[in-house]
Ligand binder design. Structure first.
Ligand code: UDP
Ligand code: XDX
Length: 325
């Protein structure tokens, strides 16, 4: 392993158990930092309520580490919105946010728009499909940011058991991480090779950084943020925290193939010297005696840095682009 990666790994890998909610609350109050927790959700009625409930009880009512708790609904067809609201979250529908900027589907859009509908200095992003949600996820992700002003972005890391019809594969999860993201980072961004879970859906960052980078659409968002924030803030401003174990709802291999295609397109978009003639993925399904091709678009849209939007700057009391205060 490269010496710089080994140094970063030793210096910027934390454990959730290093932090306690009461101590973080003192640090939060001392620094005057506000926090927003954002859960992107699409058809997560089975799990979103429990996650919101745990966070609300522990970190809104008990130890007020969380100033706002928002679920961004990507257009669920189930009871995600009502379940999340009943559990205590503010729920916004993705299409109700910045409607003048057109419609883009996918997770990245929900996270980009979450910057507009929240106000915290620090944002914590948590997937809504996590089972047995552990409140240490919130403490661990906020820890490095509230304890060290030089940290700007923190990714969760964890063991990822894969639940299959045949049983649990202890470290079988993170299939796109292992088969696509990690090889890509090793080849094209080797200074980021120390991230154990570069695609983890649990992460936190300072708004003053997040508002200055583009957001790749769909499932490219995590990969794009990691590469772009490292470019913007430098690797030493990035960190990772061990959160233990993460269990979540798994998608099919075919769906993850499309996710891998989106991540590859996100990576290629960050290699300006490469010509990329295609953004279509052809998959194949058995149909009776033949095999049928199914073509999917895996191209991604890049939403611009939020701080370039006049609506956002006005909302945040920032001067118009190009003007001093
Ligand atoms: O268009 C979308 C797709 C996904 N998600 C949410 O993003 C998170 C991660 O998505 P998913 O679980 O599908 O990805 P995986 O964890 O399987 O890689 C979950 O909370 C989803 O509900 C979303 O808000 N909008
Ligand atoms: O890490 C991965 O390989 C994928 C798939 O995980 P599994 O193989 O279903 O455990 O999950 C992550 O990737 C997505 C794309 O970045 C994120 O949006 C998800 O939050 C994350 O779970």
């Amino acid at each position: 392993m490269r010496a710089d990666v080994a140094t970063w790994l030793a210096r910027r890998t934390y454990r959730a158990a290093q932090f306690s909610a009461p101590h973080l609350l003192e640090a939060k109050r001392r620094s005057g930092t506000t926090t927003s927790v954002v859960l992107p959700a699409l058809d997560e009625e089975r799990t979103v309520g429990a996650i919101v409930e745990v966070i609300r009880r522990a970190f809104v009512e008990d130890v007020p580490l969380v100033d706002e708790l928002v679920v961004v609904d990507s257009g669920s067809s189930d009871r995600t919105a009502s379940v999340a609201e009943a559990a205590g979250a503010r729920v916004v529908h993705v299409d109700d946010v910045l409607p003048g900027h057109g419609h883009v589907s996918g997770k990245g859009e929900a996270l980009w728009k979450s910057l507009f509908v929240t106000s915290g200095d620090v944002l914590v992003f948590l997937d809504s499909d996590v089972q047995d949600f552990d409140p240490c996820f919130v403490v661990g992700l906020l820890g490095p940011l509230l304890a060290d002003p030089t940290v700007g972005y923190v990714k969760g890391l964890y063991d990822r058991p894969l639940a299959t019809a045949e049983g649990i594969v202890p470290s079988g999860g993170g299939r796109v991480t292992e088969l696509t993201a990690r090889p890509l980072l090793g080849a094209l961004w080797p200074h980021l090779a120390g991230f154990v879970q570069p695609l983890s859906g649990e992460y936190a960052g300072r708004r003053r950084l997040l508002e200055r980078v583009p957001f790749a659409s769909h499932y490219g968002v995590e990969f794009g943020l990691l590469v772009d924030l490292a470019e913007l803030a430098g690797i030493d401003a990035l960190a990772q925290v061990d959160l233990g174990v993460r269990r979540h709802r798994h998608q099919s291999d075919a769906a993850l193939g499309r996710m891998a295609g989106q991540i590859l397109q996100t990576a290629l978009a960050r290699c300006p010297s490469l010509q990329v003639p295609g953004d279509q993925l052809v998959q194949f399904v058995r149909s009776g005696g033949s095999v049928e091709p199914v073509a999917w678009e895996v191209g991604i849209r890049e939403r611009p840095p939020m701080d370039r939007l006049p609506e956002y700057r006005a909302r945040r009391g920032m001067p118009a682009p190009g003007r001093l205060r």
